[in-house]
Write a protein that binds this ligand. Structure first.
Ligand code: LLP
Length: 427
């Protein structure tokens, strides 16, 4: 049951247990909505990727944005992973979790001077630079600190990732990276960079990719640039292949690529590259290890539809509202009765607060516990306090035991920092 790479098997919903922990007891003790993460399932994914990359000089830099809980980051740190960060907040989380600064890469289109300064002070490994303006800023901030920043240019290879438009990043119309021509110019001008060592290439074309072709095409374009730059005398010491590996959200429909095939594409396209390969997987490492537990509040028969009203909302899992994403929903107790059709909806006052439309489920009753699957990535990490809902509790599971890794937010914590308008000041 544990340690398998087929994370679905980590769940044994038939007896209401996950990693040997009784989910009904957990829900009773901690309340719902409740995020649970299987530590062995995350560990199995880490090991599978490390094994697939064996023999290559590769460093996995976990994309912190997928799930930034300190305990999850701790698992990454323990396994020797680095981190891909996009903010000063993610930098601090990664350092606190014990990820060495030298294994941290900093991506993102809007790094501020302060964030760059913090990252330089911490001694991070590399900046993935996304615009000429950012390159100039990096040079200035590094010069002011008397430091030399290592940097890669994020190349936008103009490749369609064949995924949802809202999570595509590698087409020229997207805000990310720079075109290959511009990347070439950066190297030509790089002698003027006294405090930036531009010696790497970075690419990330999108997320939830279920096909290797776009990844291969993007890497081929990056590899051609690396070869060209090398033959022009520029040293390229690092190629960052980004993240984006997809996972199975919909049983019987989504077919994730094998990690061995993925590693093989990297090995083949970058054949002959003597530097270090960086990878930035987020979702693939954590998505299938996470589950959102929610209780049925009531069943509401509308004029046209039957609503299963649950206590989780878009505030705990926004993916269905934002991307029309499919997540499997499984009642913990399955009544052996003919299924019913429900729209599964949350308490938030938005029609888009809907987890599923026309979903066939075993008949449910108020008080039933449901498990929404594949919520380990971009679930809690994208949570909000909308409708003044406190952030949900998060729990790590392993071998019959659990640890609360984020307690449920209290009302006081939620409103901390707010105050009546008393101390007016002029500006
Ligand atoms: N590297 C960079 C530069 C990224 O922007 C991302 C994700 C990753 C790595 C990790 O990608 P992954 O391996 O997780 O696919 N909220 C969306 C996903 C947004 C992804 C943003 N960037 C969702 O819930 O589907």
């Amino acid at each position: 049951m544990t340690g398998t790479t087929d994370l679905a098997e980590a769940v044994c919903a038939d007896d209401g247990r996950l990693e040997g922990v009784d989910l009904r007891v957990l829900a009773q003790r901690l309340g719902t909505p409740l995020h649970v993460y299987s530590a062995p399932a995350i560990g199995a994914r880490i090991r599978a990727l490390q094994t697939a990359l064996r023999g290559q000089d590769a460093l996995i830099c976990y994309a912190v944005k997928a799930n930034s809980n300190l305990a999850v980051l701790g698992l990454m740190a323990d396994a020797g992973l680095g981190a891909d960060i996009v903010s000063a907040g993610e930098l601090q989380r990664s350092l606190r979790a014990g990820i060495p600064a030298g294994r941290i890469v900093f991506s993102g289109v809007a790094k501020s001077a302060d964030e760059i300064g913090d990252a330089l002070a911490a001694g991070i490994g590399r900046f993935n630079v996304e615009s000429k303006d950012e390159l100039r800023l990096l040079q200035d901030v590094a010069a002011a600190r008397g430091a030399v920043a290592r940097a890669s240019v994020r190349v936008n290879p103009d490749v369609d990732a064949l995924t949802h438009a809202k999570i595509s990043t590698g087409k020229s119309e997207n805000k990310f990276g720079v075109g290959i021509d511009e990347a070439r110019e950066w190297f030509a001008d790089s002698t003027r960079l006294t405090h930036v060592r531009l010696d790497g290439l970075h690419v990330h074309i999108g997320s939830q990719m279920l096909c290797l072709d776009p990844i291969q095409l993007a890497l081929q374009r990056v590899a051609a640039l690396w070869r060209e730059l090398t033959s022009s005398g520029y040293a390229i010491n690092s190629i960052d292949v980004g993240g984006g590996l997809g996972v199975r959200y919909r049983d019987g429909q989504d077919q994730p690529v094998s990690v061995q095939d993925y590693a093989e594409v990297i090995r083949k396209t970058l054949d002959g590259f003597g530097g270090r390969i960086l990878l930035e997987p987020g979702r693939w490492l954590v998505a299938e290890a996470g589950f959102l537990l929610t209780r049925v509040l009531r069943i509401k028969q509308g004029r046209q539809r039957r609503f299963l009203v649950v206590d989780a909302a878009m505030t705990e899992l926004v993916r269905p509202s934002l991307y029309d994403a499919w997540h499997e929903i499984v009642p913990i107790l399955r009544r052996p009765l003919p299924p019913q059709i429900y729209d599964v909806v949350g308490p938030v006052c938005e029609s888009s607060d809907t987890f599923a439309v026309d979903r066939q489920l075993p008949p449910c009753e108020p008080g039933d516990l449901l498990m929404i699957k594949t919520t380990g990535a971009y679930g809690a990490a994208m949570a909000s306090n909308y409708n003044s809902r406190p952030l949900a509790v998060e729990v790590l599971l392993e071998r019959g035991r659990y640890a609360v890794v984020r307690r449920r937010q209290t009302l006081e914590e939620m409103i901390a920092g707010e105050q009546p308008a008393r101390n007016w000041e002029c500006a």
